[in-house]
Design a protein around this ligand. Sequence first.
Ligand code: IPE
Ligand code: IPE
Ligand code: MG
Length: 249
Amino acid sequence: MSQGTSVARDMPEPEPVPKHIAIIMDGNGRWARKRLMPRMAGHKQGIEAVRSIIKACSERDVKYLTLFAFSSENWRRPAEEVTFLMQLFAGALEQEMDKLHENGICFKVIGDITRFEPRIIEFIQQGERLTANNSRLTLTIAANYGGRWDILQAMRKMIEKSPVMPAQFKEADLERYLSMHYAPEPDLFIRTGGEYRISNFLLWQLAYTELYFTDTLWPDFNEREFELAIQSYRVRERRFGRTSEQIQQ
Ligand code: IPE
Ligand code: IPE
Ligand code: MG
């Protein structure tokens, strides 16, 4: 029987540590509200969690870490909060880039960055250039990112650039135009904050990713919580459509 046309049939070697982890960092607002503080305080505290998880990934030989920082739908928030998030993002880019570089981290951003102010676009481009040859860990920040946007922009490029007829298009033809074409698909997806949804994150790439949800709010997500997620991943059986017996052979 034909094996079908899906690339998801290719099984990566099982590894004790996920090679690529993608995280929806949710719950900053609730973390702050619980402490009777403005939502902004939660976003600020969230940066600390980002730092500790980047460190934890570098130490554990995770090769790709992808963090959802701002979705294409987050523009719907109050203007004051959007402005604060932009300032926080700009500040973090400016302050952290040299440290990322010193630690051998390759920095990338996915998403439609054309909507950001010029200063932020400049920081992003400078950071990507500075760290381009680093290989210890690739840190991708998804900013003004939406999974549907990503698939659509890839489709536009594929149709524009590909000499083949639509009937011949393969999954791999589209994949090379997805904004995270440089990374393997995530092995482990983590969402903090107790919601059980994907919120338009990496729709294409999460097809066979192991999903992990925790009630812990993002600012409280520390190395110990991260270890729990990895332990949960370790005991999963990734079957990619096969039977359990086939995997254990
Ligand atoms: C996630 O935390 C951060 C962003 C979306 C930028 P939230 O701000 O969504 O926090 P909650 O979900 O309101 O608690
Ligand atoms: C998803 O969180 C986006 C980011 C973490 C950047 P949201 O808090 O915006 O998601 P919804 O709206 O609850 O689905
Ligand atoms: Mg939220």
